[in-house]
Design a protein around this ligand. Structure first.
Ligand code: UDP
Length: 194
């Protein structure tokens, strides 16, 4: 697949619709997939912090989260089709999950926000199975979240811990999983909760 390199980050040359189709295909094929949607803040951080860059190097796909990256690609004469954000990808994956009756896990945000987001998803996507959830304020060194997810084998795990925690969490735990899409979605649970 074609990539566009911006300050050392290989952005996938795709549009929103094709990217969601690609993720759906990976779910069907049971191919484990780590997704980072990177905005300019992420690119800067990767250039400043070696450890953070190493998290990104584990990702299967990095997409352009925001118009800043799309504009930068254009200036570098290597254009990207459009932005592919964490929020939009999550919302479109929810549509696909509803259609295909996928099983999802939600990790992140305050418990109250998470509960509101779960209620909204349950009300609006009748065929989605929310197989589990955990708020985003857990003891990093001592928890069994990844083990629970490994056992539940959700098709999609949305990780809303903000940057850089979500990338760190996925990259530290990805080897424990056999399948599923893992995507950092920032403040998206707050947006869904309303
Ligand atoms: N968050 C979390 N655990 C933390 C810190 C943040 O679950 O230790 C959640 C926070 O409640 C919010 C989400 O991460 O729902 C995104 O936070 P923020 O807006 O700070 O991140 P950004 O979207 O800017 O990456």
């Amino acid at each position: 697949m074609k990539h566009v390199n911006i300050m050392g980050i290989p952005f996938l040359h795709t549009n929103q619709e094709d990217f969601v189709s690609l993720l759906n295909q990976r779910i069907q094929e049971r191919q484990k997939t780590f997704v980072v949607t990177a905005n300019p803040e992420v690119v800067m951080k990767a250039n400043e912090e070696k450890e953070f860059k190493q998290y990104l190097e584990q990702a299967d796909y990095i997409t352009a989260d925001g118009i800043g990256i799309v504009k930068a690609a254009s200036i570098l004469n290597n254009p990207l089709p459009e932005r592919v954000t964490g929020f939009d990808t999550m919302m479109q994956l929810l549509d696909v999950a509803n259609e295909k009756e996928y099983r999802i896990f939600l990790l992140g945000a305050q418990r109250e926000t998470l509960d509101k987001a779960i209620s909204k998803i349950e009300a609006n996507y009748k065929n989605i199975h929310i197989v589990g959830s955990n708020d985003g304020f857990f003891d990093w060194e001592n928890n069994n979240i990844a083990e629970r997810i490994a056992e539940l084998k959700p098709d999609i795990t949305f990780v809303a811990l903000g940057v850089p925690r979500q990338e760190k969490w996925i990259s530290e735990n990805i080897t424990k999983f056999e399948q599923g899409v893992f995507i950092g979605v920032g403040g998206s649970f707050d947006a869904v909760a309303g």
